[in-house]
Design a protein around this ligand. Structure first.
Ligand code: ZN
Ligand code: ZN
Length: 148
């Protein structure tokens, strides 16, 4: 079971054989609240507000541990090649990326399930997943561009 949402942090850490530390809790909470994948730098800046002693390397270490324990997955958008991190969830989502301001928004509707089945049938592949990124201009950027 990878469903991170249904357990509290402490239970989750215990079930993964991890110590329940303050920083690990903070990182997990941030990722739970985030609708989109976050870079380590963004996580670091948000955590610094809660704990001024935290360092960027601590954040990376925590993320690596979470990845090793299947709590977190890396996701890099081809747009800028920055590594981002998100919770490993059963829920399927894709990302809309604004090509102007680079804002990322999650979309939870996936149109590819029927397509995957059709491709499996056709190719005899056992399909395990796909990546889909959608690009465009967000509403704010459209407004800015119209004004100029
Ligand atoms: Zn934008
Ligand atoms: Zn999908």
């Amino acid at each position: 079971m990878n469903c991170v949402d249904n357990k509290n942090n402490k239970e989750l850490f215990v079930s993964k054989g991890l110590k329940n530390t303050k920083n690990r809790n903070h990182v997990l909470e941030l990722l739970k609240e985030a609708e989109v994948p976050l870079t380590a730098e963004v996580i670091y800046l948000k955590l610094k507000v809660l704990d001024t002693n935290i360092s960027l390397s601590t954040v990376y270490r925590i993320l690596e541990v979470f990845i090793a324990k299947d709590l977190v997955v890396k996701s890099s958008l081809s747009e800028d090649n920055k590594t981002r991190y998100e919770l490993h969830k059963d829920e399927h989502s894709h990302h809309l990326v604004c090509v102007n301001c680079k804002k990322i928004q999650a979309v939870f509707h996936c149109p590819l399930e029927a397509y995957e089945k059709a491709v499996e049938k056709e190719t005899e592949f056992n399909i395990t997943g796909h990546k889909l990124e959608i690009y465009g201009y967000c509403p704010e950027c459209q407004r800015i561009i119209e004004k100029h």
